[in-house]
Design a protein around this ligand. Structure first.
Ligand code: MF3
Ligand code: CO
Length: 250
C-alpha cells in the first residue's frame, strides 16, 4: 500500500479523531487508582469513545478482544484487560487506545504510575515520552523517516534504556495501520521522504532492561524477556511544511 497524503478535508477529520482520543486519555488518567481492575479501564474507555459517537478501532482488530490495551509493569504492549488484574500502588500501566471518527482513525498511548512509583520507573516513563519528542523534532516535510527513528533510539540508549525492535509505529488514516512502518531504531536506508499531509503514529516502546520481548500464551500480551519494566508513549501526528502537528494532544 502506498503512503497516502491526506487532503485538508481528511486532515480536519483526523484532527477531530485525535482531539477526542486526547480527551479519552485524560479521562482514563483521572480515573486510575489502586484497586482498579484493568477490565474497568477497558469498560470506561469504550464507554467514553462510544459516547463521542465513535468506534474503538482496536476491538476485534485481528481478534483483539478489548477496546483498550492495558499493559502493566513488564508488559510492553497489547495487554488484555481482565477482571482479575488489579492495579496496585507502585505499578506502572501503559494505556493504548484508538478510535474511529467519521471513518478516520486515531491512535495514542500513555504510561502512568499508580500512586507512588520508584524513581527508576518514573525515569523510564519520562525518557520514553521524551524520546517521542526527540523523534518528532525531525518530523518535517523534506526530512527522511529514519531520522525520526534514529533520534528516538539515540535518546533512549543514551539514557541507559533499550528500544523494543519487534514492534514499530505506522501510517494511519482510513485504516489503523497504513504504510509506512515507523521503526524506533536505526535501520538500513533513509526511509521515505516525508511530505506535508502524511499522518503517522509514532510509538516508542522502551524497556528498562534488555530489548528482547516474548509473547504470552494469550497470543497478545508482549512482555520483556528479562522481566524488566517497560513503557509506551504514542501520538498520531501530521507532517507539515515546517514541522508537525500532534493530533492526539489537546
Ligand atoms: N497502538 C497499537 C498499534 O498501533 C494498537 C493496536 S493493538 C490491537 O498497533 F489491539 F488493536 F491490535
Ligand atoms: Co499504533
Amino acid at each position: 500500500m502506498a503512503v497516502t497524503i491526506k487532503s485538508e478535508k481528511q486532515i480536519a477529520l483526523m484532527r477531530e479523531a485525535g482531539r477526542l482520543l486526547a480527551i479519552t486519555h485524560d479521562e482514563l488518567h483521572k480515573a486510575l487508582k489502586p484497586g482498579m481492575t484493568t477490565l474497568e479501564i477497558d469498560r470506561l474507555g469504550e464507554e467514553i469513545i462510544r459516547d463521542f459517537g465513535c468506534v474503538p478501532n482496536f476491538k476485534n482488530y485481528n481478534g483483539y478482544p478489548a477496546s483498550i490495551c492495558v499493559s502493566v509493569n513488564d508488559e510492553v504492549v497489547h495487554g488484555i484487560p481482565t477482571s482479575d488484574r488489579v492495579l496496585k500502588e507502585g505499578d506502572i500501566v501503559s494505556l493504548d487506545a484508538g478510535l474511529i471518527y467519521k471513518g478516520y482513525h486515531s491512535d495514542a498511548a500513555r504510561t502512568w504510575g499508580i500512586g507512588t512509583i520508584s524513581n527508576e520507573a518514573q525515569r523510564l516513563i519520562d525518557v520514553t515520552r521524551e524520546s517521542f519528542f526527540k523523534g518528532i523534532s525531525f518530523a518535517k516535510e523534506g526530512n527522511h523517516l529514519h531520522e525520526i527513528s534514529a533520534a528516538i533510539q539515540d535518546y533512549v540508549e543514551g539514557n541507559g534504556f533499550s528500544i523494543v525492535r519487534d514492534l514499530v509505529g505506522h501510517g494511519i488514516g482510513t485504516h489503523l495501520h497504513e504504510d509506512p512502518e515507523v521503526p524506533n531504531f536505526r535501520i538500513k536506508g533513509r526511509g521515505i521522504r516525508l511530505a506535508a499531509g502524511m499522518t503517522l503514529a509514532i510509538e516508542p516502546m522502551v524497556n528498562a532492561g534488555g530489548w528482547q520481548v516474548a509473547c504470552l500464551d494469550d497470543d497478545w500480551t508482549v512482555v520483556t524477556e528479562d522481566g524488566s519494566l517497560s513503557a509506551h508513549y504514542e501520538n498520531t501526528i501530521l507532517i507539515t511544511k515546517d514541522g508537525c502537528e500532534i493530533l492526539t494532544m489537546v
